[in-house]
Design a protein around this ligand. Structure first.
Ligand code: C2E
Ligand code: MG
Ligand code: MG
Ligand code: MG
Length: 286
């Protein structure tokens, strides 16, 4: 009766697949509506200068406050957004929102902050990427040096020539690039040297065990030295403990980001964070 059993499990499997597909499509439809209806949100996680302890910038991280499921992080929808190419308009929405918030911050007197925005390799499918990016920033009347784009090595894998062309165009306009999740991809030294990249972000998987696993400590200090030898800025992501920060200080890492300082925050909470950080600094100086 193996055949019958097979038939049953096949049907079961098929039903499940159909249900999953329905859910995927429903999520995609809902995501499209959320994007069109301006219902996404942009959170900010502060970046701290390791030496001075000052807030030097922030990373913009997209969120989807879902009516039934709560606030969704990119893990729940970025893949669907990439599959459907909605990641392209989403990317422009993110940039527009970041411009609006940066203008607000400048009004409040925070005019030295650099805002990092993530770019997925799929956004390079848009042949007018650099043009559109520049137009959005220019129309918002924001200095291009106030932005930094974070990309992973996968962005470089798909169409290297076009990606490089975009990076060069945007670099000439004053924009800067960071290599995200450094250490997890196929980072080759040549790659790093030949790209117009000014910053590397060491992936949080290395920071996690930097104080407990000797190999990770060696890797992190090596990555910092390598980046510095290429005159790049080094950011550590995923700093959750003071001893990790201490390690980074001792090894001359430039900037740090992680739950130890703050989780990604809604804009108004990020503003509160900046104010408290500023007040503390002034108190210490007195
Ligand atoms: P990423 O660019 O590497 O961002 C860092 C992720 O680490 C964020 O997850 C952040 O919330 C998380 N994180 C920060 N500090 C800590 C920490 O101390 N411990 C731990 N365990 N995690 C920490 P998030 O916000 O869920 O974003 C995940 C990924 O989604 C991002 O990884 C980025 O690749 C992508 N993403 C986020 N926003 C955007 C966006 O606007 N556009 C695009 N294209 N991708 C985005
Ligand atoms: Mg990032
Ligand atoms: Mg990262
Ligand atoms: Mg990451």
């Amino acid at each position: 009766d193996a055949k019958k059993e097979h038939g049953v499990s096949y049907r079961f499997f098929n039903d499940r697949m159909n249900r999953e597909l329905d859910m995927r499509l429903e999520l995609e439809t809902e995501f499209r509506q959320a994007l069109r209806g301006d219902k996404l949100d942009l959170y900010y996680q502060p970046k701290i200068d390791v030496r001075s302890g000052e807030v030097v910038g922030m990373e913009a991280l997209v969120r989807w406050p879902h009516p039934r499921l709560g606030v969704l992080t990119p893990a729940a929808f970025i893949a669907a957004a990439e599959r459907s190419s909605l990641i392209i308009p989403m990317g422009y929405w993110v940039l527009e929102r970041a411009c609006r918030d940066l203008n607000m911050l400048q009004t409040m007197g925070y005019d030295d902050l650099v805002c990092a925005v993530n770019l997925s390799f799929r956004q390079f499918f848009d042949r007018r990427l650099s043009e559109t990016v520049f137009r959005i920033i220019y129309n918002a009347n924001i200095d291009t040096t106030k932005f930094e784009f974070e990309l992973t090595e996968s962005a470089m894998m798909f169409d290297r020539d076009y990606t490089l062309k975009c990076l060069k165009e945007l670099t000439h306009l004053g924009l800067r690039f960071a290599l995200d999740d450094f250490g997890t991809g196929y980072s080759s030294f040549t790659n790093l040297r030949n790209l117009p990249i000014s910053t590397v972000k060491i992936d949080k998987s290395f920071i996690e065990n930097v104080c407990t696993i000797a190999e990770d400590a060696t890797l992190v200090s090596g990555m910092i030295s390598l980046a510095h030898s290429l005159s790049m800025t080094v950011v550590a992501e995923g700093v959750e403990k003071p001893e990790q920060l201490e390690f980074l200080r001792q090894h001359n890492c430039d900037q740090a980001q992680g739950y130890w300082f703050a989780r990604p925050l809604p804009f108004h909470e990020f503003c509160d964070f900046l104010q408290v950080a500023g007040d503390l600094r002034r108190l210490r100086k007195q």
